[in-house]
Write a protein that binds this ligand. Structure first.
Ligand code: HEM
Length: 498
């Protein structure tokens, strides 16, 4: 398998390189989106040749980043695939602060640098927009993920968690990531479409889960990084399967949009209704294609990441008995049927979630920012068109910020307040994650519900390790667990069993 993987990557890299050379003329018109690739002037270049860096970045991103940081601890130029090719990685919190506080002027968060996600999300997703259009879309999308609107989902989150765990058999291994994905997918379907039941909802759930499973390993993620692999070689080929499933998902989304257009549902508070009611500055509504791309973005960004974070949290809490005991003690202070916001505010639970997102951040990088005017970072001059990223993984593993960074220790978040440029799981600046509050709310309520009601154990003693899953980092084995029973009386359920 390893051999096959290597051959595939080598072939893909060579072909991609050839394609890039052949299409250089075409590309030059869109260079404003690309990094400067004048190999002679790369800042702190790495020793490995570009083709090897590309393979390492796709196959073993953590190994790649750690090796690079040993060569150049604060800033290096990577020759990787996806998000532009040649990227300056920043790991220094002051430099990251400068990048993200100036990303509407000196550095721009251009949508075209995120083209790698276009096959999945389409060209009208918020992630592909920039400038004023991007700002307006954010203003439209942010409110449903905050405040009262978000709190209204508290009960639903606890109920969906109970329903998922109540149906698990005793003492039989299950993948925590799969169960977490079921829960987070149902939550996001409710938030985005207002759907939890019905044929369309079930079909969407099954198809989205299946589509995402195509990215479960570095090998199966390859076709996202190497456009040359995006060839339809029939329903069994990865790309063929991807486009067939995507067409089915699109059909379901367009059916839902068409049905909504025929109804007058002014009372609905879901995001689709809100987007359909919105008008641009010329008084025009969003087209079906624009609606579809935004819905796909929210469905994907809104559940895949949170499911991974929650499965890591379950892993750590069950891998480290002392952490679990301390959390159970904290949950026991909540009393009968606590308000979800009381759970949200628990300090140790918050520290566990932060430490989970620190040690293996689901997103390894922020989206690229492109230098507009000559600028100096950490005494290095950066010319216009340089693509720069804040590297969340390396920032979170800095020994000077997080002593013993490989150790899972929630207490570090109780002992010290970190700035937004030291702990940065959700990015920052113009593209800071719009789902942060929902993701943290969901993580805490799901974890508290599970710990309060069920006794679980890891299915084996093998430590989990992080592995690429599409553009994210996820537990390689999906966190195999067993349900061993219900929890005894000392901890009270958050909601009545469904
Ligand atoms: C643990 C869960 C999550 C993590 C770790 C995460 C992380 C991130 C990161 C690092 C970024 C890039 C920020 C930047 O470039 O500065 C981002 C952007 C984004 N996230 Fe999340 N996210 C999570 C959950 C969610 C959820 C629940 C949603 C909800 C719908 C969501 C929607 C988005 C969107 C739409 C963007 C792009 C924003 C823009 O282009 O303006 N994410 N996220």
């Amino acid at each position: 398998m390893l051999c096959y993987t290597t051959i595939l990557w080598v072939v893909a890299t060579v072909l991609t390189a050839l394609r890039m050379v052949c299409s250089f003329k075409l590309l030059s018109s869109t260079l404003s989106c690309r990094a400067m690739d004048t190999t002679s002037h790369l800042l702190n270049p790495l020793k490995a040749p570009g083709w090897l860096q590309q393979l390492q970045w796709v196959g073993d991103p953590v190994g790649y980043m750690e090796a690079a940081a040993r060569q150049h601890p604060d800033l290096f130029t990577a020759k990787v695939v996806g998000f532009g090719g040649t990227l300056v990685f920043l790991n220094d919190p002051r430099a990251i602060q400068e990048l993200l506080t100036n990303d509407r002027k000196t550095f721009l968060a251009l949508g075209c640098s995120n083209q790698i996600l276009s096959p999945l999300l389409g060209d009208y997703s918020i992630i592909m927009l920039d400038g004023d259009q991007h700002k307006r879309r954010r203003q439209l999308l942010m409110p449903p993920f905050h405040g009262e609107r978000m709190r209204a989902f508290g009960q639903l989150i606890c109920q969906l968690t109970n329903a998922a765990f109540d149906q698990l058999p005793l003492n039989r291994p299950f993948s925590a990531r799969t169960v977490m994905q079921e829960i987070s997918l149902q939550i996001i379907l409710q938030v985005v479409f207002g759907l939890t039941e019905g044929d369309r909802c079930h079909q969407l759930k099954d198809l989205l889960a299946s589509l995402l499973d195509l990215f479960r390993s570095p090998l199966s993620s390859s076709f996202l990084f190497f456009p040359v692999l995006q060839k339809d070689l029939g329903a069994w080929s990865p790309w063929g399967k991807f486009i067939r499933e995507q067409r089915q998902i699109d059909a379901l989304i367009y059916d839902e949009i068409a049905e909504r257009r025929t109804k007058d549902d002014r009372d609905r508070i879901d995001i689709l209704s809100m987007l359909m009611a919105a008008r641009d500055e010329a008084g025009q509504p969003m087209t079906d294609q624009e609606l579809r791309d935004e819905l796909m973005t929210l469905l994907f960004a809104g559940h895949e990441t949170t499911a991974t974070a929650m499965s890591w949290a379950l892993y750590w809490v069950h891998h480290l008995p002392a952490v679990r005991e301390k959390l159970l003690q904290e949950l026991a202070t909540l009393g009968q049927k606590p308000d979800p916001m009381d759970v949200f505010r628990l300090p140790y639970l918050t520290a566990i979630c932060n430490e989970t997102l620190r040690i293996y951040p689901v997103a390894m990088l922020v989206f690229p920012r492109i230098v507009q005017t000559p600028v100096t970072l950490l005494n290095h001059p950066l010319p216009p068109k340089t693509a720069v990223v804040g590297c969340i993984y390396l920032l979170h593993h800095r020994e000077d910020l997080y002593p013993n960074p490989k150790q899972f220790r929630p207490e570090r978040f109780l002992e010290r307040q970190f700035t937004p440029y030291e702990f940065m799981a959700f990015g920052g600046g113009a593209r800071r994650c719009i789902g942060e509050a929902l993701a943290m709310f969901e993580m805490k309520l799901v974890l508290a519900t599970i710990l309060s009601r069920y006794q679980l154990a890891l299915a084996n003693n093998q430590p989990e390790y992080p592995r690429r899953r599409g553009v994210t980092l996820a537990p390689a084995h999906g966190v195999k667990m067993v349900l061993t029973g219900a929890r005894s009386q000392q901890v009270v359920p958050l909601v009545e069993a469904t």
